[in-house]
Design a protein around this ligand. Structure first.
Ligand SMILES: Cc1cc2nc3c(=O)[nH]c(=O)nc-3n(C[C@H](O)[C@H](O)[C@H](O)COP(=O)(O)OP(=O)(O)OC[C@H]3O[C@@H](n4cnc5c(N)ncnc54)[C@H](O)[C@@H]3O)c2cc1C
Length: 462
């Protein structure tokens, strides 16, 4: 509970219209897209609501708010599009939700520097539209493109459809401006490489707001492709498709889209090649040659074209049915979606053994994998897990146990429990296990920068 004096000071910074304290608003902002069904063991996180939602319009307002919060020991939770699926925006210790959606200006676009400088609340689709007018595009294209923001996607280091060529969102960060937990504003330089000290962008990439608030980002952008070729190749089994994907990577071929998935025993690799026309033709031709030599059967471009057209549908459905709704309404709407989506990364040499061991773990539990996938690189392995036929009342409990075993197995085999969505509240308990001494280092940095632990406290195990 904040004192009325503090609330008044906050209103003095952002204007009274940008301070929301209505229970309806506190409820709908105190969540993201994580449904309690999937928050195994972290259900308590949903007990707490924010005390206030504050909507700053510029860096100076963010800095003034954070300084005030630090002086008063008030937690601050940055909020972008609210599409995170791990509970990263849940205010587990109350305090202020800092809604960054008013900071949605595209400050500059340079076709020469191949960069765009933007505020953190810019929604990716708006950026796509603006860049297209300059013959450019961003490299990050997640399902949630219609809602997710630049600040949120950097803070989760998300992966999208073009990641096979451009990598995750974090790879596209050139420079950042961030408000530190004491209210100071720091900036990095808008150059792609320096050897004058470590690259401090990485303090904020994938950090879920625990080290500060990103208030500006310069990101790399790319020229719209001159040529575009879709294709698909079927395989008899996942292992052959996987080995073929690894061979493409080893050869140095980087399609824009590389998606290998197995559903109901059918294994298909979907591919998109983009770029200058001779490069596209050469990459496409050699890929199909390699894939067919390795047991693939060409399935033509149509399946991938169709897939590409509907790739943002789940995000659009979420926007239409759930975004900004009170929590219970959102959860009810998504009730019955009794699945979990797991995204692990392991060394290429471990993935197939890992897949086999996961199937062993699931035997007799009532949990089955409905989709196995490789997204963008062979190391990035995903499984959609759902109830098997005849799964009973105990399904959720079994699913929770299976998920824990599968995630820790990835860690034990030298991989990570999550490559795409962050840690949030859902995976908090497993992060120190994964990072080891690295987690102590991160804690020391946190203590130095944020001794009162006001920036998104309770996240990243801090
Ligand atoms: C239907 C659907 C489809 C999805 N598809 C994909 C997908 O294809 N690929 C993928 O990677 N993810 C996907 N996601 C997950 C989600 O879209 C991503 O995690 C996305 O990167 C979150 O962006 P956001 O702006 O919504 O961030 P939020 O959910 O608002 O925030 C995410 C985290 O970042 C922090 N944060 C937000 N803004 C800032 C800032 N300016 N400074 C510091 N910290 C900040 C928050 O505190 C929180 O911890 C999907 C989600 C849904 C609901």
């Amino acid at each position: 509970m904040l004192s009325s004096e503090t609330v008044q000071s906050i209103a003095g910074i952002v204007g009274p219209d940008n301070v929301l304290s209505d229970p309806y608003d506190l409820d709908r902002y105190s969540a993201d897209a994580l449904n309690p069904f999937r928050a195994f063991g972290a259900e308590d996180a949903f007990d707490k609501l924010a005390d206030l939602v504050v909507r700053p319009s510029c860096t100076q307002e963010v800095a003034d708010l954070v300084r005030l919060a630090a002086q008063n020991g008030i937690p601050v939770v940055p909020y972008g599009g609210g599409t995170g699926v791990m509970g990263g925006t849940i205010p587990v210790r109350g305090g202020i939700i800092l809604d960054l959606q008013r900071m949605n200006h595209i400050l500059s676009i340079s076709a020469t520097d191949l960069t765009a400088e933007v505020e953190p609340g810019v929604v990716l689709q708006d950026l796509i539209d603006a860049l297209a007018e300059h013959g450019l595009m961003p490299g990050h294209d997640p399902y949630s493109v219609d809602i997710a923001t630049v600040g949120g996607t950097i803070s989760t280091n998300g992966v999208g459809y073009r990641a096979a060529a451009f990598g995750p969102m974090g790879n596209q960060v050139v420079a950042l401006e961030a408000v530190l937990p004491d209210g100071r504003v720091m900036s990095t330089l808008p150059v792609p490489k320096y050897s004058s000290g470590p690259n401090l962008n990485h303090l904020f990439i994938g950090s879920e707001g625990v080290f500060g608030v990103i208030t500006k980002a310069t990101i790399q952008v790319f020229r719209l492709p001159e040529a575009r070729v879709f294709d698909a190749v079927d395989f008899d089994d996942f292992d052959h498709g996987f080995e073929a994907a690894a061979e493409l990577l080893a050869l140095g071929i980087r399609p824009t889209l590389l998606d290998l998935s197995e559903e109901d025993g059918a294994v298909r690799m979907q591919l998109l090649f983009e770029g200058f026309k001779e490069g596209v033709a050469a990459n496409h031709q050699r890929s199909i040659q390699v894939l067919t030599e390795m047991g693939g059967r060409p399935a033509g471009p149509e399946p991938t074209k169709a897939y590409w057209r509907v790739r943002h549908q789940s995000g659009q459905n979420y926007k239409r049915t759930s975004l900004g709704k009170p929590r219970k309404e959102k959860w009810q709407r998504r009730a019955g979606r009794n699945f979990d989506y797991l995204h692990m990364a392991l060394p290429i040499s471990k993935v197939l053994e890992y897949r086999r061991r996961c199937q062993e773990i699931m035997k007799g539990t009532g949990v089955r994998v409905t989709e196995f996938a490789i997204w963008s690189r062979p190391e990035l392995y995903s499984m959609l897990v759902a109830p098997d036929e005849g799964a009973g009342e105990e399904f959720r409990e079994n699913l929770a146990a299976v998920v824990e075993k599968v995630l820790t197995l990835s860690q034990d085999m030298g991989g990570t429990m999550e490559y795409c969505h962050g840690v949030g509240v859902k995976l908090n308990h497993l992060l120190a296990r994964e990072m080891g001494v690295g987690h102590d280092v991160m804690r020391s940095i946190k203590q130095a920068l944020d001794p009162a632990n006001i920036m998104n406290p309770g996240k990243l195990g801090l």
